[in-house]
Design a protein around this ligand. Sequence first.
Ligand code: T4K
Length: 411
Amino acid sequence: MGSRTSLAGKRRIDDLALFGGPPAFPETLHVGRPNIGSSTALVSHLRKMLRRRWLTNYGPVVQQFERRIAELVGVDHCVAVCNATLGLQVVGKALALVGEVVVPAFTFVATPHAFRWVGIEPVFCDVDLTSHNLDPADVSACLSSRTAAIVGLHCWGQPCPVPELEELARRRSVPLIFDAAHAFGCQLGRRPVGSFGNAEVFSFHATKFVNSFEGGAITTSDPHLARELRLLINFGFRGYDDVATLGTNAKMSEIHAAMGLVSLDYMERIVLHNRRNYAAYRRSLAHLPGIQVRELFPSGHGNYQYVVVELDPLHCPLSRDSLLAILHAEGVLARRYFSPGCHRMEPYVSRVTPPPRPLPNTDLLVQRVLQLPTGTAVSLIDIARIAELIAFALDHGEEIRARLGAEQRLS
Ligand code: T4K
């Protein structure tokens, strides 16, 4: 690249915002900027629900949202909830889990927190370095007489090794639950995520490609479980003044479901946009040393809501965290999900039982991965500029490392 001015406006390392230059993106780019769909459609829903004076407690919009999801996923039952974290909690309660659950350490902290919150101890399991999903051999090593369930995460939307996990759960006679927060609209072969295990839990948080501001949904083919879930999310009410069990309030409201419906109407367009962005990142970063955009959804059935890059420290001229600092200064709020790994966060890092297990793959991945902005707020021009920024930074890796080293010595 030499000293030619890049598309991102950089000629020398002094031009980098980290060293005092103007940021390439004065308007920050985020990972997880919400996709809006249609504000007109949302306002129209809002007007109707205000006219109906039915705002929450299993109203018609929530019911419609649940039907749409159940149809898309191909299950009989969908229970909409106010977020995926509470969704996981009520699944743990409804299945009457006691003891331990095997969960990946390479996940958003909501996965273990949800179970711990309802008194079930997470046992952290390692992931496969290629798929970033649970490693069945390590799951097997985590199982014990205390295991109450196995919880898989479809990381970045890539489906877990479902058949292997089903076999392990069957052999132990424990339920299999999936945290499907990333995986709405994804498939394993021809079967949609949402139809596996005893229950799957989606997130429709604002940062997810289909969003309901805040929200989630539990899908299951088990009618008894669905009935129990409906009781649990509504204080245990079976009817007016009739409480059948201990419950909580995890209901989705009408305005959240309305946003969800609008989002579902735009889902295909959002996926197309994400897929185009993903392809552009793959193309434009392909030639760079030691950095690789993870291949996702080789069969094409995915939501492409995350663009995940992996830095190989042996070949990349900059560390992941130096590149992250450079991007942040330029207004590109790349993320390093799920650093440092749930096993290194509280309350898990200071607990004595269960004893910590070695998780070498998780420990490696949390130092190597980076998520780049995508979604409908990110254009092809943005991606070309981000790619040029990264190329410029790697091209000047040695110089940048020396400068960062000198600044650190001075401070
Ligand atoms: N399981 C897994 C595997 C998950 O990834 C998650 C959530 C859950 C369970 C739990 O689902 P929920 O209970 O939330 O339904 C974000 C999201 O808040 C979180 O939902 C998501 N995973 C996680 C992967 O990402 P943070 O701590 O990174 O959020 P925050 O506030 O830094 O926002 C992310 C970026 O999005 C920022 O750069 C700002 C931007 N943003 C955010 C919001 C809310 C916007 O531009 N507009 C917005 O409205 O966790």
